[in-house]
Design a protein around this ligand. Structure first.
Ligand SMILES: C[S@@+](CC[C@H](N)C(=O)[O-])C[C@H]1O[C@@H](n2cnc3c(N)ncnc32)[C@H](O)[C@@H]1O
Length: 251
């Protein structure tokens, strides 16, 4: 079994191609495909990645490409994002959902608190992240299928799940990265996930992302429940914060 310990001993644990240590002021490197895309959403994403707050808190552009590719192929009707931050992952997911007709809603939960005192970009503030995201969603023309919910995921997950009147086909968990927070998000959302539906955890390789809540949640809730979930851990560039993709195979 692949657990946190033997992940570190794995003969192929890709550390990511960025070998030098990250420092304040760093930015994510924009992927060529994003740079070359003429889509409005790509332009908006490049703007988001230009924002000093996007590193390292937003999903990297390479991981975003993977997220988009997953959503384009799975074509989920209802998607729930837990942890939107400044909206990079939101726009990646929405860009994918805009490709197919059967979409219903992308519901996004975040505290949307003012961002100040970020050690990665001293002196930079984003006081109204909700307005920043709303504005970007509008620029992309995605407002018809995105709903933003401000508050604690513990309160909002059950409310949203009831409101959708259907199961959720794809969830991304990228909110509170403590074990308590991450496992609570998982416990609350899992009953509402469709049979055959997916849950994607971000920041699953603690050695690289520096937080261990998602890895311990995998260890204690998912690897011990192999009959219920298919699991694949996926390396992500350039720093390998990691994704774990779960598919629910029994109710
Ligand atoms: C790492 S960031 C998410 C990054 C985003 N998914 C992206 O890749 O662009 C984590 C976010 O989770 C939010 N968060 C943390 N705890 C939360 C909670 N209990 N309820 C709702 N949101 C929470 C924070 O406000 C923060 O914006």
């Amino acid at each position: 079994m692949l657990n946190k310990q033997n992940i570190s001993q794995n003969s192929f644990l890709n550390p990511g191609t960025q070998t030098e240590a990250s420092k304040p002021g760093d930015k994510w490197k924009i992927s060529n495909s994003l740079q070359l895309s003429k889509a409005q959403w790509a332009e908006v994403l490049i703007d988001i990645y230009e924002h000093p707050m996007s590193f390292p808190g937003s999903v990297s552009p390479q991981a975003g490409e993977l997220l988009r590719a997953l959503v384009v192929n799975i074509a989920p009707r209802n998607v729930l994002e837990i942890g939107s931050y400044i909206g990079a992952s939101t726009i990646w997911i929405a860009s994918a959902m805009s490709e197919y007709e059967r979409r219903n809603k992308l519901c996004c939960i975040d505290l949307f608190l003012p961002h100040t005192d970020n050690p990665w970009c001293p002196g930079v503030e984003l006081i109204e992240p909700l307005s920043y995201i709303k504005n970007n969603i509008k620029k992309c023309g995605f407002q018809s299928f995105i709903e933003l919910y401000q508050g604690d995921s513990k309160d909002l997950i059950p409310k949203i799940a009831k409101q959708i009147h259907s199961t959720i086909d794809f969830v991304i968990i990228d909110g509170d990265h403590s074990f308590m927070g991450c496992s609570s998000d998982f416990n609350l959302v899992e009953p509402f996930v469709s049979l055959g539906g997916y849950i994607l955890f971000h920041d699953t390789f603690p050695d690289y992302c520096g937080v261990d809540g998602p890895a311990i949640t995998l260890e204690t809730k998912i690897f011990t429940n192999r009959d219920k979930f298919e699991v694949c851990q996926i390396y992500t560039e350039p720093l390998n914060f990691g994704f774990a993709l779960l598919r629910k195979v029994t109710n």
